[in-house]
Design a protein around this ligand. Structure first.
Ligand code: SF4
Ligand code: SF4
Length: 422
């Protein structure tokens, strides 16, 4: 049998599907239930939530879905939660997916992983397994998860998976609780030969609660943290140069509301069978229990993906879009409106540009550019980041970064209007 490197295989496949609409990557949320109660989480429910449990797709429904995904040409499956192992039958579902030949990524907090689960994963290895860490120390980790003993259980999971040489990756979500340990977590990962990543952009909850925003980093904290990593900073510099050199090419210059791969090369299915563009987007969907995956993909999901923009926004002519995470799903989650720019994301993107020394060309009535108080606050933040952020080694030598101790910018998330009657 001829063997090829994974990168070559992936490249060939993506080329083959370029320009074609096909669900090659599907994210499946197993459950929203989770044994942890993280302050920043956007979708978790208590383990004992019987109502949520009753509504979850059954083992038989998952197997039928897998058969449909094979027929639809899906290659990659991401299983996420909640916590995937909160479902006692998860390994059965996973094994069925493995037997059908999918490349499977697992997102987990690890705390339910024991020897039996690790042995099973060693027998049927995933393509990748990603554990989210919440701190480098017990004190910080458990301040965020609010569950005593969870740090030791996470460490045990990491040891069990590494002992079996499983393809583990570690990651974190920096918050006001654990930001000072992000680079300690990175060092922890690197000393174990494990890839590490972090994303400092916390979302509101999908049930419209703004509670995670209480621990969200300010734009200055988020960008300062990112720029301690010189490679990451260089990546942003390259993206900004490309964006500014090509002018207002604009992702959002397209006439459709969505501009990403959601609904084109993939989609998401939530624990109750509702199919959406992606795991973050929930305002519009279709339940496969009322028909089939194929009907959803060919009907409602195609229509949602093809929806036209209804109005111009400040994003249309923005030339730093590559520095920005604004997208319809984030608009929905934070503003209850897919087309309404998220102010927090807008500020983060402008700050990235300013801290790199770039001016942002005029693009309409953007508060980050035209509101004098906001603009000068961002410029001052940029100067502090430029003056104090050095190589990430400096960070590692500090227990609590002085820069982050003095930052008190408040996190104000816009209220969600999608279900104001709740
Ligand atoms: S930086 Fe602001 S204007 Fe530009 S894409 Fe992001 S949200 Fe839109
Ligand atoms: S989060 Fe935004 S960019 Fe990502 S798939 Fe969903 S809609 Fe697209």
């Amino acid at each position: 049998m001829q063997t090829v490197e994974y990168s070559e295989f992936s490249e060939v496949l993506h080329e083959r599907f370029q320009g074609r609409r096909s669900p090659v990557e599907v994210s499946i949320e197993m459950t929203r239930r989770c044994p942890l109660d993280c302050l920043h989480c956007y979708n978790n429910l208590p383990m004992g939530d019987q109502e949520a449990r009753k509504q979850e797709m059954s083992l038989a429904e998952h197997c039928a879905l897998l058969d449909e995904l094979v027929a639809a040409g899906c290659m990659w499956i991401l299983y996420s939660g909640g916590e995937i192992f909160a479902r006692k039958d998860f390994l059965e579902i996973y094994t069925e997916a493995k037997k059908r030949g999918f490349l499977i990524t697992l997102f987990t907090n690890g705390i339910l992983i024991n020897e039996r689960i690790a042995d099973h994963l060693a027998k049927y290895p995933p393509f990748s397994i990603e554990i989210t860490m919440y701190g480098a120390t017990r004190e910080t980790y458990e301040a965020l998860t609010q569950v005593r003993g969870s740090f030791d259980r996470c460490m045990r999971a990491i040891d069990l998976l590494l002992a079996r040489k499983l393809p583990l990756k570690l990651k974190t979500v920096p918050t006001s609780i654990n930001q000072h340990e992000v680079y300690e977590m990175k060092r922890f990962s690197e000393t174990r030969g494990v890839e590490f990543k972090f994303d400092p952009l916390v979302n509101p909850r999908i049930d419209c609660s703004q509670s995670p925003l209480a621990v969200r980093l300010s734009p200055e904290e988020a960008v300062a943290l990112e720029f301690y990593d010189t490679r990451r900073k260089d990546d942003y510099r390259r993206l900004a140069k490309e964006d500014l050199a090509t002018g207002a090419k604009t992702i959002t210059g397209e006439s459709t509301r969505y501009f990403c791969g959601g609904g084109v090369n993939g989609c998401a299915i939530d624990p109750t069978g509702t199919m959406t563009i992606c795991v973050i987007s929930h305002q519009q969907g279709y339940n496969i229990r009322e028909g089939s995956f194929r009907e959803g993909w060919e009907g409602p999901i195609r229509e949602i993906r093809a929806q036209k923009k209804t109005r111009p926004t400040i994003c249309d002519r923005c030339q730093i879009q590559s520095l920005c995470s604004m997208c319809p799903a984030n608009g929905e989650l934070e503003n209850g409106d897919a087309e309404s720019p998220v102010e927090f994301l807008c500020q983060v993107a402008h700050l990235r540009a300013y801290a790199l020394g770039f001016a942002v060309p005029e693009h309409g009535d953007c508060p980050s550019c035209t509101n004098p108080a906001q603009h000068s606050a961002l410029q001052e933040s940029a100067q502090r980041i430029q003056a104090q952020v050095g190589d990430s080694r400096e960070w590692l030598e500090r227990k609590a970064p002085p820069l982050l101790n003095i930052l008190q910018t408040s996190n104000t998330g816009a209220a969600c209007h999608s279900c104001s009657s709740h």
